[in-house]
Design a protein around this ligand. Structure first.
Ligand SMILES: [Zn+2]
Ligand SMILES: [Zn+2]
Length: 231
C-alpha cells in the first residue's frame, strides 16, 4: 500500500463486509458463502463458451453465432440477476466507486491469456458529469493493477446514447452506430485487446467497440465483463 492509499484508508475507510450479502468480513470482499453460491449457480446455469451468456452449454448460442472472427470471445463472472444486479447498480449509479477493486478481483480469473492491453468502454462526457466516474474505466484500472496488463483509453464516445436497457435489440444497434471513435490509433496497430465493461447483455456495445478497434488496426479483440445476462 503506498502513502496515498494509506491516507485514503485513514480518512475514507472501506466497509469491511461482503458487498453481496452484507456479512461482516476482514476487508471488503466476497464472503465464502456467496462465493460457494456463485460457483453453484454458475454450474447450474451453464454458460455459452463463446459469449458467456448464462443458460447455455454450447460452443456458441443464438446471441453470438454470427460474430465476426476478429471478436474472439466474451468472458463474464456473474449472472446479471438478483444480488449481483443490485451490487452492480450500486457501483454504477449509487456513487460507490470504491467497489471497483473488489469487483475487478472477481473478473481477474476470467481474463484470457496472451493479450496486450485492457481498454475500457468509454462514457460520454454528459453521462460522466451526471455520474461522476466511468465504471468501466475504474474496473479496467483495477484489473490493470491486479493483472499487470496496461490500461489504455483508446476509445471515445462521440455522442450520448440512450440507456441501452430501455431499448429493443434493433434500436440498440442503431443507437450505437457511430457512437464510438478511436484515439491514439497509431499505438493500437496489431494489438490484442481486451475490452472491459460492467455488463454484457446483447453484446452490442462490445461488438461495436470491437469493430471500431479492428478497423483502426487491432489484431483481435475479446471482452471481459463483470456480469452477463441469463437466457
Ligand atoms: Zn456474502
Ligand atoms: Zn453465445
Amino acid at each position: 500500500m503506498n502513502l496515498v492509499e494509506q491516507l485514503e484508508n485513514l480518512f475514507f475507510p472501506l466497509p469491511c463486509s461482503c458487498p453481496l450479502c452484507g456479512r461482516k468480513q476482514e476487508k471488503l470482499q466476497i464472503c465464502q458463502e456467496c462465493y460457494q453460491r456463485l460457483i453453484y449457480r454458475r454450474s447450474q446455469y451453464g454458460q455459452c463458451q463463446h459469449c458467456a451468456t448464462f443458460g447455455y452449454r454450447a460452443k456458441a448460442c443464438s446471441n453470438c453465432r454470427h460474430w465476426p472472427q476478429y471478436f474472439v470471445a466474451n468472458y463474464s463472472a456473474w449472472p446479471y440477476q438478483e444480488e449481483y444486479r443490485a451490487v452492480i447498480k450500486a457501483f454504477k449509479f449509487g456513487n460507490q466507486p470504491w467497489l471497483a477493486e473488489c469487483l475487478a478481483r472477481e473478473m481477474l480469473p476470467f481474463l484470457p491469456a496472451d493479450y496486450d492491453v485492457l481498454v475500457p468502454i468509454p462514457l460520454h462526457w454528459t453521462r460522466l458529469r451526471e455520474r461522476g466516474y466511468n465504471q468501466s474505466l475504474l474496473l479496467a484500472k483495477a484489473l490493470s493493477k491486479l493483472s499487470g496488463l496496461p490500461c489504455q483509453e483508446y476509445l471515445v464516445r462521440t455522442r450520448a446514447t440512450k440507456h441501452q436497457v430501455e431499448l429493443s435489440r434493433k434500436e440498440r444497434k442503431s443507437n450505437l452506430q457511430q457512437a464510438f471513435a478511436v484515439k491514439n490509433n497509431e499505438n493500437l496497430k496489431q494489438q490484442k485487446i481486451i475490452l472491459v465493461d460492467d455488463i454484457f447483455t446483447t453484446g452490442a456495445t462490445v461488438l461495436t467497440c470491437g469493430q471500431v478497434l479492428h478497423q483502426a488496426g487491432a489484431k483481435y479483440i475479446s471482452s471481459v465483463t463483470l456480469a452477463s445476462g441469463v437466457d
